[in-house]
Ligand binder design. Structure first.
Ligand SMILES: Cc1ncc(COP(=O)(O)O)c(C=O)c1O
Length: 433
């Protein structure tokens, strides 16, 4: 069922903002559900503690996750400025870029989408994302290094004034840029506060959230402070300290609050300090996008205990690492009584139907991207010769974050399975982080 809102919670609470802050309705399933994870609670032997998940993974009928919350405000601006396209920047597997391509494609009339992409560790998730960018009509450019690609992205805007330039992740970078994306998550906290008031969830002691460009976490922190919640946001670093650091989080949070206050003086004059949140390091691995032992283990555990039944998925770049940090927190004696909320920022709608529509034809991508497909395999179904009828029914087919032996009762012989496992373990080594 499609449930679009006529105005955001933010305008309901602060009517003075309406008409001053750009916004369009994109999300189709608000408020997002909150599920209790009782199996995980048992697993951690909690003593009065409770674990919940905020199902933002289902906040849109095509592509759920954190991006569209930001985009309601950012694309509000894009349309207000009558732009004909959006240009943005990210890794070759960027979820942000995919969300941008999908929204541009679905708007009526559609907008153009240009993505400036840089290298990240190659996986099937990356291969699949590239096929999907192309499927949703994005124009792709592959750069060599982060800085030179970022410069090209800025240059593009210089020569294409009808495009809206959106920073990577839709957040300010080094304090520069619009706080509109962050405001999407201030809005999200007002939604959560309503759910607390309606006793759908007790006020959480802690929320776990990944921190990449940090707009998501900064918005949650600003929102909690604004709404007087005592909830402490734990921001789990999933990008290098260049952008994912406590000072960036604090600056982004304050930028959002200042922007809101500039537009409506009735908003309380508050300031976020580094004491208002917890910044958690140690889960990233050696670089962005690396798969880690603890991240993968957390993903597997959640799938085994909760994900199958509740139908949500985690992935290795953001949510797996954030879940691993939450597990570590819950293992500690002093946290066994805490009410913990995991904010799920990753889409769990099925995109496989779109992947299939591409016919896996990577040759439709610009030539520079072909190398990412040639002789590169990451999942069992990319090389195991299962009969088609078995393959298409197999849960491992097209899956991109789970190891086949965790999710399927494989029909191949034990020897064959061992051989495939061996081959896969050579392709993707999990880092000890
Ligand atoms: C699934 C997922 N979670 C979290 C994040 C991080 O959000 P932010 O960049 O606002 O820190 C991203 C960013 O791309 C993401 O794709």
């Amino acid at each position: 069922m499609i449930m679009e809102k006529e105005k955001p919670y933010l305008f309901e609470l602060y009517p003075g903002l309406e008409g001053k802050i750009p916004w369009i309705s994109l999300l189709t399933n608000l408020p997002t559900k909150i599920d209790r994870l009782t199996e995980l609670e048992k697993e951690f032997d909690l003593e009065g503690g409770e674990i919940y998940v905020k199902r933002d993974d289902k906040n849109h009928q095509t592509y759920g996750g954190n991006k569209l919350r930001k985009f309601e405000f950012i694309f509000g601006k894009v349309l207000q400025k009558k732009k004909k396209g959006v240009v943005t920047n990210g890794g070759i597997g960027t979820n942000h870029g995919l969300a941008c391509a999908i929204v541009c494609h679905q708007l009526n009339p559609p907008l153009k989408c240009t993505l400036y992409l840089v290298h990240q560790p190659l996986t099937w998730h990356v291969q699949r994302s590239l096929l999907l960018f192309n499927h949703f009509g994005a124009k792709l450019h592959l750069g060599k290094g982060d800085i030179s690609t970022f410069a090209k992205f800025l240059f593009f805007k210089l020569f294409h004034p009808k495009y809206f330039l959106m920073f990577p992740g839709g957040s300010p970078l080094f304090g520069i840029g619009s706080p509109l994306g962050t405001i999407g998550f201030v809005n999200a906290i007002i939604e959560l506060k309503k759910q607390i008031d309606r006793k759908i969830i007790p006020e959480p002691d802690v929320i776990f959230i990944p921190g990449g460009s940090t707009g998501t976490s900064a918005g949650l922190i600003a929102g909690c402070k604004l709404m007087g919640l005592k909830t402490k946001i734990h921001v789990v670093a999933v990008y290098t300290s260049l952008t994912s650091n406590p000072s960036a989080v604090m600056k982004n949070a304050n930028k959002a609050i200042n922007y809101l206050r500039k537009n409506d003086k009735s908003i309380p004059d508050i300031k976020v300090s580094e004491d208002d949140f917890e910044f958690v390091s140690g889960y990233l691995g050696s670089s962005y996008g690396i798969k880690t032992i603890r991240g993968q283990a957390a993903i597997d555990k959640v799938m085994e205990l909760e994900g199958h039944r509740k139908n949500f998925k985690l992935e290795t770049t953001y949510t797996g690492k954030s879940m691993a940090a939450m597990f570590n927190y819950l293992e500690k004696k002093e946290n066994k009584y805490k009410k913990v909320l995991f904010w799920n920022t990753y889409n769990s709608n099925d995109l496989d139907k779109f992947v299939k529509e591409t016919n896996f034809d990577y040759k439709k991508l610009p030539k520079k991207f072909h190398k990412f497909y040639e002789e590169k395999i990451f999942q069992c179904w990319q090389f195991a010769e299962c009969p088609t009828n078995i393959r298409v029914e197999c849960p491992a087919y097209l899956n991109h974050e789970y190891r086949f032996w965790k999710i399927t009762d494989c029909k191949l012989s034990k020897e064959k399975q061992a051989e495939i496992k061996e081959r896969l373990s050579k392709v993707i080594q999990l880092e000890d982080a």
